[in-house]
Ligand binder design. Sequence first.
Ligand SMILES: N[C@@H](CCC(=O)N[C@@H](CS)C(=O)NCC(=O)O)C(=O)O
Length: 215
Amino acid sequence: MSTDTLVFYHAPQTRGTGIWFLLEELGIPYEMKVLNHSKGDNRKPEFLAINPLGKFPTLVHNGQVITEQVACYTYLADRFPDKGLAPAFDDSLRGPYLRWMAFQGSSFEPALIDLAMKREPGDPSFMPYGSFEQMQDTLFNQIAGAPYLLGDRLYAVDIFWGTTLMWCRNFGLIETTAVVDDYIERIVSRPAFIEVTRREKALVDKLAAAVAEKA
Ligand SMILES: N[C@@H](CCC(=O)N[C@@H](CS)C(=O)NCC(=O)O)C(=O)O
């Protein structure tokens, strides 16, 4: 009998949603604890004791805390390899796989936030992502090369990028191309994401009702 415990702390329509999608693709058992962001549940001491930043996604696997999207995607796909969502350590795609995982946190996110905050661009040699255009062209060129980021096969890194780009496009933070839109569609049209979206909608309604009730 498995004594594994995997707890997924979640608030709907956050960076945690892609992790929910990955958990469903992996088909592994987990317990989801939903926090009401509008009620400030993630600023309560109980949650800050787990993740002092109060951010989603947050996972606790057998008592160990995993935060940061890059770590959460990489960890889950490696730790639960049955669905083949991560290239093996000796697979030649392993390096590019890690590259595109890390690119999200090290280059894309800082560039996106600088853009969204309308910060004056710094000298590209000083910025961790060069310029926004360099960063985006590098990513979009990779996407244009094949159906998925690393070729013909979907990996966890595509779930990460498909959901990241969908949110950013839908919130008007980035402009996508037709090729990028096709890539996003290939990923978010998967049954696991459609089911997560349906369940998230129900959660959003439930959490909003709880806020209205308290008001
Ligand atoms: N560095 C974190 C950032 C996560 C993050 O920004 N999460 C947002 C949701 S999209 C959040 O939890 N915001 C809640 C808050 O700070 O109140 C990661 O990569 O996972």
